[in-house]
Design a protein around this ligand. Structure first.
Ligand code: BEZ
Ligand code: FE
Length: 304
C-alpha cells in the first residue's frame, strides 16, 4: 500500500475532539491560493472554537443548518437574506470600517444595503426624484469637496431612499413607479448639487424570513432609522457609500444594522421663503437638508 492509501502522509492525523481544528487545517496544506488558505484556516479555527464553546446538541446543530438552508432558499435578485444576516450581526459594518479608515474630516461610510440599483436615471439639478407623489417635500442640497474644502466638480451622487410607506421601489414592483426615489446627479463647477425628494421615514428591514425570525428570537426590532442613501464618487478620489440620517429619529440608537454614525446625522431644517417655495413647487414653509461630502484621494486613505 502507498503512504497516501494508508492515510499516513503528513496532515492526515485522525480526528479527535482535542485536535479537531488542527487536523482540518492540516488537510488544506496543499491549497495553492495563500489568501484563501489563510482565510479558511482562520474560519476553521474560529468555527471549531465556537462549537467547543457552545457544545450544541445534534438537534441544535440541525436547527443551525436548517436556518442557513432557509436563508439561502428565500434569496433572489431582490431578496438578499445573507446580506441581511451579515448586516444584523454587525459584520457588514465591521468590514466597512476595516476598509474605510480615513483621515478626520472625510465623510464617514456606512452599509450599502440590498436595495441599490446600478442603472438609476441621470437627472439635472433640481429634479424631483419622488415619482409617487407621497410624503413631505424635502429639498436636498450640498457640496462635494476634497479635504482642503476645494470643490470637486463632475462628482456623481447616486441617491436612493424608501418611499413614504417604508418600501423601496424594487420591493414593490408594479406598485411603485419604477425608479421611484432614485437618481444620479453631477456636481457643478462649485461642487454643488441639489434635488427635490421627500422626508425619509424609518422602516423595517425585510423581516418575514429567517433573519426576521432570528431578530425576534434575540429580542430585537427590525427598524432602520430614517435615512437617504448616497454613493458619491469622482475621478481621482475614493468613492464613498454612505447615508444621511434625520437627527430626531427614535431608532437612531438601535438601528437594526448598526449603520448610524454621529457625523451622518444631517442638518434637516425648516425654510420660510415663499418665493423659493413657489420656485420649488413646495408649500411654504418647507423642509430642507444640507449635506456636504468630503472625499479623499487613494493616497489619503489610511491603511492597516
Ligand atoms: C437599507 O438601508 O436599505 C438596508 C440596509 C441593510 C439591510 C436592509 C436594508
Ligand atoms: Fe435604506
Amino acid at each position: 500500500m502507498t503512504e497516501s492509501a494508508t492515510g499516513h502522509e503528513a496532515g492526515s492525523g485522525y480526528f479527535s475532539e482535542e485536535n479537531s481544528a488542527a487536523v482540518v487545517i492540516d488537510r488544506i496544506a496543499a491549497a495553492t491560493d495563500p489568501r484563501l488558505k489563510q482565510i479558511m484556516a482562520s474560519a476553521i479555527q474560529h468555527l471549531h472554537a465556537f462549537v467547543k464553546d457552545v457544545e450544541p446538541t445534534q438537534e441544535e446543530w440541525g436547527k443551525a443548518i436548517a436556518f442557513l438552508t432557509e436563508t439561502g432558499q428565500i434569496c433572489n435578485e431582490w431578496r438578499q437574506e445573507y446580506i441581511l444576516l451579515s448586516d444584523i450581526l454587525g459584520v457588514s459594518m465591521l468590514v466597512d470600517a476595516i476598509n474605510n479608515r480615513k483621515p478626520s474630516g472625510a465623510t464617514e461610510t456606512t452599509v450599502l444595503g440590498p436595495f441599490h440599483v446600478a442603472d438609476a436615471p441621470r437627472y439635472q439639478h433640481g429634479a424631483n426624484i419622488c415619482l409617487d407623489g407621497k410624503g413631505e417635500p424635502l429639498l436636498v442640497q450640498g457640496r462635494v469637496t476634497d479635504t482642503e474644502g476645494k470643490p470637486i466638480s463632475g462628482a456623481l451622487l447616486d441617491v436612493w431612499q424608501a418611499n413614504d410607506e417604508g418600501f423601496y421601489d424594487v420591493q414593490q414592483k408594479g406598485v411603485q413607479p419604477e425608479m421611484n426615489l432614485r437618481g444620479i446627479f453631477e456636481t457643478d463647477a462649485d461642487g454643488r448639487y441639489w434635488f427635490r425628494s421627500v422626508r425619509p421615514k424609518f422602516y423595517p428591514i425585510p423581516d418575514d424570513g429567517p433573519v426576521g425570525k432570528l431578530l425576534r428570537q434575540m429580542g430585537r426590532h427590525p427598524y432602520r432609522p430614517a435615512h437617504i442613501h448616497f454613493i458619491v464618487g469622482a475621478a481621482g478620489f475614493e468613492p464613498i457609500t454612505t447615508h444621511i440620517f434625520t437627527p430626531d429619529c427614535p431608532y437612531l440608537h438601535s438601528d437594526a444594522v448598526f449603520g448610524v454614525k454621529e457625523d451622518l446625522l444631517a442638518d434637516f431644517h425648516g425654510v420660510d421663503d415663499a418665493d423659493r417655495a413657489a420656485e420649488l413647487g413646495f408649500g411654504n414653509p418647507y423642509e430642507a437638508v444640507t449635506c456636504d461630502f468630503v472625499l479623499v484621494t487613494p493616497e489619503q486613505k489610511l491603511r492597516g
